[in-house]
Design a protein around this ligand. Structure first.
Ligand SMILES: [Zn+2]
Length: 176
């Protein structure tokens, strides 16, 4: 959340859908090239690499004629902060690229604690226990527990719908 600008207000009206249609019309054969480039620019921007992200997005802008798109692009870039994931979705880049954006967004949303060095002489805790491992079946949403180890990067099977699935190695750990 950024209080100094109003990306949310601007973003509500601005959509990358128009850009998607323009590129599709002009470059039907190379559409994914531009869509992925734009989405990667959004990803970099989301990760705080603003300069590099804007550079990639600018490459996409250059593929369109300046006339008729200038204001639109200014609006688009103004609305970019906070709308990276949505814009990337609207441009319809490859799902793999959009997955990266979703992951980046989740990581940003996760609470972040800044580690600080221990005060001299202060007693130290070196083990943290969580109560149990829980996740939901990606097929039927049934809650699955009973894992005695870190399930990330492993396969499992749902007791209820009997379907197999894979637990992503980078699955977000939530401390309840
Ligand atoms: Zn299931």
């Amino acid at each position: 959340m950024n209080a100094t600008t109003s990306p949310a207000a601007a973003g509500a009206e601005t959509s990358a859908g128009r850009l998607q249609r323009e590129i599709m019309t002009r470059y039907p054969d190379n559409f994914m090239l531009y869509a992925d480039l734009f989405a990667m620019g959004c990803l970099l921007h989301l990760q705080g690499q603003h300069k590099a992200g804007l550079k990639l997005i600018d490459q996409v802008r250059r593929a369109l004629p300046a006339t008729g798109h200038k204001t639109y692009f200014v609006d688009l870039l103004e609305a970019l902060p906070g709308n990276e994931l949505r814009f990337a979705g609207e441009i319809q880049a490859h799902a793999e690229v959009n997955d990266l954006l979703e992951l980046a967004q989740r990581q940003q949303a996760a609470p972040r604690y800044t580690a600080r060095p221990a005060q001299a002489g202060l007693a130290k805790v070196t083990e943290v226990r969580t109560r149990g491992v829980q996740f939901n079946c990606p097929h039927c949403s049934t809650r699955i527990d009973g894992w005695q180890a870190d399930p990330r990067g492993r396969d499992d099977k749902c007791d209820r719908c009997h379907q197999q699935f894979y637990i992503a190695p980078d699955a977000t750990v939530i401390f309840d």
